[in-house]
Design a protein around this ligand. Structure first.
Ligand SMILES: [Zn+2]
Length: 361
């Protein structure tokens, strides 16, 4: 009876609403403040440590001093990460030589990745950049190239030279891509952004709840599909170079499209870094995709150096938990776990990376 009364009261309130009176507390909540708490009585699994040893193929120079590097190593030991790729790029970190020196006392925990030098785009300049790449590889231990990044304006992640206007299929940098292949250095590259960031930021936007600021303005630069074409050109034209598309190639909304590229190009791999949350709101599709492409997927974080970040990613990959939130990954929508089989986890966490970084040599 009480329920009926409550429903009737609600109905009668609604019927009396005018536009002016419609403002309820819910109308005042900003999306950025949306922080729901799960009410369901469902399993909550804390994965303290990864089920198998991990090679993290995507991180950056997050530590600002030696103490933080030492603490990061302790955290890696605690959660089960054997070693981590420290990638060079413009938005974080110092010159390549400097961070290699800073991490040197802990180099058993880290592998270094460097960028292309675009500071002189003449054929002679590119030849010098090839020599620099070789020096970074031979003398400073760079195992790969990255993180390169093109969100429409060219490689704006580049260091030390500015790569604006230089897309990955630019014929001028073909010698550099070939040199990376010759040195067996995979190229890790961030192309575009998640698809919803290109769509109008209105009430129909499927990702709006996460962040309005993540919208991509494509005025005067490449849009999503043009970037994908430019990337595919490079992968096709350089079959002896391995490309790692960071962040599922920003294609978690369309796994069949990403799968078609993987089917077509054996030199293409992808990492899951910084997009675990993008894939974990469609857990069944993501699980099916990761099982199908278990030989091409690489583990990556790209999200700092704290234990709870790693553990949330493990929870997504390893458990069957449903409907949990992950403010530590910057997302406001609910995630569910993939419950990946052990043989897939082993490849994703470790074996594929090990193969690329060692057997590929
Ligand atoms: Zn990154």
């Amino acid at each position: 009876m009480l329920v009926v009364l409550a429903a009737m009261t609600l109905a009668s309130c609604n019927s009396q609403k005018t536009n002016e009176e419609s403002a309820s507390p819910a109308d005042q909540i900003r999306l950025v403040d949306f922080a729901p708490v799960v009410v369901n009585n469902i399993p909550v699994t804390k994965v303290e440590r990864a089920k198998f040893p991990i090679i993290d193929m995507h991180a950056h120079d997050y530590a600002s001093n030696e103490e933080e590097i030492a603490q990061w190593c302790k955290t890696m030991d605690q959660v089960g990460v054997l070693n981590t790729a420290i990638m060079h790029c413009s938005w974080i970190g110092r010159p390549f030589e400097e961070y290699v020196a800073a991490y040197a006392p802990y180099k058993d925990h880290f592998r270094f990745w460097c960028c292309f030098d675009y500071s002189d785009m003449s054929p002679e300049g590119i030849e010098k950049a090839c020599q620099l790449l070789e020096r970074y590889h031979n003398e400073l231990g760079a195992v790969g190239v990255g993180e390169l990044g093109d969100k429409g304006e060219g490689d704006t992640y580049a260091r030390p030279g500015d790569g604006t206007g230089i897309h990955i299929d630019d014929p001028r940098i073909k010698p550099l891509i070939a040199k990376a292949g010759e040195l067996k250095m995979p190229i890790s590259i961030h192309i575009a952004e998640p698809y919803w960031m290109y769509l109008p930021m209105d009430e129909t936007n499927d990702g709006l709840v996460n962040a309005v600021a993540w919208h991509v303005d494509t005025t005067n630069c490449y849009g999503y599909n043009k970037l994908m074409t430019s990337f595919e050109n490079a992968v096709r034209e350089n079959p002896n170079t391995i490309f790692i598309a960071c962040h599922y190639l920003n294609m978690t909304h369309d796994f069949p499209r990403l799968g078609a590229l993987l089917d077509k190009y054996p030199n293409l791999y992808f990492d899951i870094s910084a997009r675990v949350a993008e894939s974990a709101h469609t857990p069944r599709a993501a699980r099916e995709f990761l099982i199908k492409y278990q030989d091409r997927v690489l583990f990556g974080t790209d999200n700092g150096m704290y234990a709870d970040m790693y553990q949330t990613i493990f929870r997504v990959l390893e458990t069957n938990d449903e409907h949990f939130y992950c403010p530590e990954l910057g997302y406001h929508w609910a995630l569910s776990g993939f419950n990946l089989p052990d043989e897939v986890l082993k490849k994703l966490y470790h074996d594929n990376a090990e193969r690329i970084l060692t057997e590929y040599k």
